[in-house]
Every structure is written in structure tokens, then in C-alpha cells.
Design a protein around this ligand. Structure first.
Ligand SMILES: Nc1ncnc2c1ncn2[C@@H]1O[C@H](COP(=O)(O)OP(=O)(O)OP(=O)(O)O)[C@@H](O)[C@H]1O
Ligand SMILES: [Mg+2]
Length: 333
């Protein structure tokens, strides 16, 4: 935390994402973002290693016989030590298979937020919506993040990630429309009317699904595919490159699955509000970033029937910060 953050007493928006945790603060009608990768690696403890990491200002903690390097430094050191980073979260919630999950998320949130600077400083934090038909650990996840924030002195409030996108992107439409965050573990969707969520759900095929499936068919590591995807991938059809092709195939599958689930959910909603006007749909999250994503999304939409009229479909201008900004805007309302 910087000096100015120590003096910041206003509400904070926090996006607790599967691959990144982002804090949003407001300053002079502008937003400031700070993020850390939601990842870590462990090294065997030695006093020397601990001292050296401290001297290098590397974000780490000692847990018994292990040193846990977390956040952005984890990726840097994974390359140095040739080890794989681990992730405390999976599919939008704390990973039950990962014994370090809670401790790592606690230390990353602590690093980004510090302690509350005034009593009961507000923090709105994102939580995923349920995936249809699956038992979920969302209540445990939500209670755990809430407890971390309470221990730091904050007054925490959860907000569904799709609704946060509506808050962050659809102010001009009176917070009415469809917000979709295409993240790493999930795609979170919310149809809201005048800021009230009417339909919220999530879809389990997102960025990690693309990386893992493409890795299976190319024989590469998922992390390598992820790096290539983030660096240069464009959704513009098949070519002679097998990695590009594998990413394209699973990207298309993810988009078709998202659109089908969206149309099914809205079609089968029993209490669909009577919308007098067409509503906007906005796509955010890292997975919506590649060039060509919107075209493929529109093609899939044309092949399905959405029972509400859309006034526009667009990609967020700042897809990686949209959820945190929306959580902040909800906290400021
Ligand atoms: N430029 C890019 N092109 C393609 N994919 C990207 C790009 N940048 C990030 N991603 C992908 O976006 C995903 C991360 O997005 P985001 O930060 O919105 O997710 P998250 O909020 O951490 O996850 P979730 O919301 O599912 O919990 C990862 O799968 C990452 O590989
Ligand atoms: Mg997200």
C-alpha cells in the first residue's frame, strides 16, 4: 500500500477473481486500480532464502517449513526457479483441493487493501453466481472473504460479479441491461433492471477451459497456451498454426456455450420483466479481450433467439477492471 492509499477513507471495490484480485478506489472523479495475480508458489524454508527475498522486496510469507511467494511475484519467480505457480481459487471460488488457498487470498487482499483507515470502511467484493445444476461452495467462499475483510476492519458486502459489470458499465442506461464478465474460471452473467438483478447465473467454460482443452490437444502445458493466448491471439479463423487453431476451436465452443446458456436462461425465466425499451449488453473480463471476440459472439447470437431486444452489444473499454469498478460504484451508491 502506498502513502496515498493509507490516507484513503472512501469505499473500495474489490474483484476477487480466479486469476486476478483487483482493488478499485476513487480519486477526483477518476478510478485507481491495483491488482495482484491470484497465484503463489512455495519454496522450502531457509533463513537465507527468507532474508534474500526480504532484501529483494519480494511479496512472501513463511508458513511452517515453507516460504509462500504470492501475487505478481509468484509468476516472476516461477520462471526463475522453473516451478509451476499454484492457484488458490478455481472456478470462481476458493479451491478446496488447495491447502494454502485461504492463507494466500488473505495475504493478497491484505497487501492490496491494508487495514481499514476508518471504522467500518465499506468494501464491496465480487462473488460468482451459481452454475446451474451444480452444488457450489459459494456460501463458504463468500463467508471466507467476508471474514478476511472484517478482520482487516472493513464492512464487507458481496456483489454478484455480473451485477458489478452492470454497475460499472451501464450507468448511462439507468443500470438496466445485461452485464457479462468472461473471466478465467467462469463467465458471470446478470440481467438487471434499474440496478435490481433479475437473472444471475454463471457458466463454467471460460479462460481456463480454453487453456486446458487446447493444452490437451496440442500436448503443451496450459500455462504456455495461456501466455500465447494473452500475447497474440486473435479470433480470426483457422490457419496453419496448431496452437492458434486449438485456441480458436475452444474459444468458439466457449462462446457458443455462453450464448446458448444465456438464451436458455432468459427464455425459461418465469418472471421476466416487461421491458419497454431495448437494453444494452456489455461483455467484460480478460477472456473477452481478443480481437474478433465480439464478431463471434454476434454470430452465435444470430443463431439463437434471445427473448429481449438489445439496443447494443459491446466490449468494455477496460475489461480487466470492469468488475472492480462496478463493485466500487455500487459501494458509492
Ligand atoms: N489479452 C488477452 N487475450 C485473451 N485472454 C486474456 C487476455 N488477458 C487476459 N486473458 C484471460 O482472461 C482471463 C482472466 O480474466 P479476468 O481477470 O477477467 O478473470 P478473473 O476475474 O480472475 O476470473 P473469474 O472472474 O472467472 O473468477 C484468463 O483466462 C486470461 O488468460
Ligand atoms: Mg472476474
Amino acid at each position: 500500500m502506498s502513502k496515498s492509499e493509507e490516507e484513503y477513507t472512501q469505499p473500495i471495490g474489490l474483484d476477487v477473481g480466479t486469476s486476478r484480485i483487483v482493488a478499485a478506489r476513487s480519486a477526483d472523479k477518476r478510478y485507481r486500480y491495483e491488482s495482484q495475480l491470484n497465484a503463489f508458489l512455495t519454496l522450502p524454508y531457509s533463513k537465507l532464502a527468507d532474508n534474500l527475498l526480504q532484501r529483494e522486496n519480494v511479496f512472501h510469507e513463511v508458513h511452517g517449513s515453507e516460504i509462500v511467494v504470492a501475487g505478481n511475484d509468484a509468476e516472476r519467480f516461477a520462471e526463475v526457479f522453473h516451478v509451476e505457480t499454484r492457484r488458490p481459487m478455481q472456478n470462481g471460488i476458493l479451491n478446496p483441493q488447495e491447502p494454502h488457498s485461504l492463507a494466500v487470498v488473505r495475504s493478497i487482499i491484505g497487501k492490496l487493501l491494508g487495514r481499514a483507515t476508518v471504522e467500518k470502511q465499506k468494501v464491496y467484493f465480487s462473488v460468482p453466481a451459481p452454475v446451474e445444476g451444480s452444488e457450489t461452495g459459494i456460501p463458504y467462499h463468500q463467508a471466507s472473504i467476508s471474514q478476511i475483510l472484517t478482520e482487516l476492519g472493513f464492512a464487507p458486502t458481496p456483489i454478484a460479479e455480473g451485477l458489478a459489470v452492470v454497475f460499472g458499465e451501464l450507468g448511462d442506461a439507468n443500470f438496466s441491461g445485461i452485464g457479462i464478465s468472461c473471466g478465467s474460471g467462469l463467465c458471470n452473467v446478470c440481467l438487471a433492471v434499474l440496478s435490481v438483478p433479475v437473472i444471475s447465473f454463471s457458466v463454467p467454460k471460460a479462460g481456463d477451459f480454453i487453456d486446458n482443452q487446447a493444452a490437451l490437444v496440442t500436448g503443451d502445458l496450459a500455462i504456455r497456451l495461456r501466455i500465447q493466448k494473452e500475447k497474440a491471439f486473435r479470433l480470426n479463423g483457422l490457419c496453419s498454426d496448431r496452437v492458434q487453431n486449438a485456441l480458436t476451436v475452444y474459444y468458439q465452443e466457449m462462446i457458443v456455450n455462453l450464448v446458448k446458456t444465456l438464451c436458455n436462461h432468459i427464455s425459461s425465466a418465469q418472471k421476466l420483466p416487461k421491458l419497454e425499451q431495448a437494453i444494452p449488453l456489455v461483455l467484460s473480463g480478460g477472456t473477452a479481450m481478443p480481437h474478433g471476440f465480439l464478431d463471434h459472439f454476434m454470430t452465435a447470437m444470430r443463431a439463437n433467439e434471445l427473448p429481449v431486444k438489445l439496443s447494443e452489444v459491446r466490449i468494455s473499454a477496460d475489461p480487466l477492471n470492469s468488475t472492480a469498478r462496478g463493485a466500487l460504484m455500487a459501494a458509492l451508491c
